[in-house]
Write a new protein. Structure first.
Length: 330
């Protein structure tokens, strides 16, 4: 390309100063419009947006999750209030192992994965959380190598509705022997319209260190595999940083009861560990594994949770992939 050429030449004929200024402004507007158009194309094609700082002209690239997370306007707020003192979570007590029964409907985004045998809905085997009207996150080990026609997703406590699995993606680096990257996204066969979703957190992994979070689930109340409760239970756990009791990484939270009386157990896998802030509930952890002895859960030992803040980009990518897959079928 000739470096002396341009889209608009200002030297072919004499013009007034006003006309020249007008054309210069018009040219600048055209260039800005062209630049904006190119940036817009990059945004939709690559899922990334390039941002220039007006102060130092440095360029950074951020991942964009397009229409994949629940709008903050709608998420994390219940119609039925939970039986927890939100001003001081320390005053609430209970346990999943022998714990407190949650107020019906107070945790609307909690779902139950249940077996399906000859079109009959069977027992609960794992939990999950509704993060978007048609998407649930759960622990990968709950659905890994499991026939997707062998279970359903039950949403709601009083007003229960059954949903079938349309698609799922579990983390590509999930390790079922050492339990790393224990997270999966499930797509339901149709959107849920009768309960609220929970909020996804920001990417600040350390925000909840030392904080009390709420764990809900339908796991064992005695520590034994078959002793599952009829009702949803709730308890309070403290998220620990690395110390002599807990081992935490940037993808795994370690949490423990402050008085050693409660913990997750069989059947709680995939259930949410939730943080309350700014009058909304956020999901920070997915129940992954616990310490057992003689096949019995130990309430005074820590339990471990997949750290949701570390997987936000992956969650967005998984949802976008499943959405695109559905569109390609039509």
């Amino acid at each position: 390309m000739n470096p002396n050429r341009s889209f608009i030449s200002f030297n072919k004929a004499p013009r007034t100063n006003v006309t020249s200024i007008f054309l210069v402004v018009l040219g600048i507007v055209f260039i800005l419009f062209l630049s904006a158009s190119i940036t817009l194309i990059i945004l939709f094609v690559t899922g990334e947006i390039t941002v220039k700082s007006p102060l130092n002209q440095s360029t950074t690239t951020r991942k964009i999750i397009q229409d994949t997370v629940p709008p903050q306007f709608y998420c994390g707020i219940q119609k039925v209030k939970p039986s927890i003192d939100l001003e001081s979570l320390n005053r609430a007590n209970g346990r999943i192992i022998g714990g407190n029964v949650a107020v019906a409907g107070s945790w609307p985004w909690k779902v139950s994965l249940r077996s399906l045998n000859k079109y009959k809905v069977g027992e609960h085997f794992c939990g999950g959380t509704l993060i978007y009207s048609q998407y649930v996150i759960t622990a990968a080990h709950c659905v890994y190598k499991k026939n997707r026609l062998s279970y359903v997703i039950v949403v709601g406590e009083g007003d229960q509705k059954i949903y079938y699995l349309s698609d799922l993606i579990f983390h590509p680096e999930f390790n079922d022997t050492e339990i790393f990257n224990d997270i999966a996204v499930l797509k339901l066969n149709k959107p849920v319209d009768h309960v609220e979703t929970i909020c996804l957190p920001d990417a600040n992994f350390t925000q909840v260190f030392g904080k009390e979070l709420v764990l809900i689930g339908r796991g064992s109340t005695s520590g034994k595999k078959k002793d599952l409760p009829k009702n949803l239970l709730q308890t309070i756990l403290t998220v620990k940083n690395n110390d002599s009791i807990c081992s935490t990484s940037n993808t795994i939270y370690c949490a423990i009861s402050f008085d050693g009386s409660s913990n997750a157990c069989y059947g709680d896998s995939g259930s949410p560990l939730m943080y309350y802030t700014n009058e909304r509930w956020y999901i920070y952890g997915l129940t992954s594994y616990v310490i057992v002895s003689s096949e019995k859960c130990l309430p005074y030992y820590p339990s471990y949770y997949t750290a949701v803040p570390s997987y936000l980009d992956w969650i967005g990518s998984a949802i976008a992939t499943m959405d695109q897959s559905e569109k390609s079928k039509h």
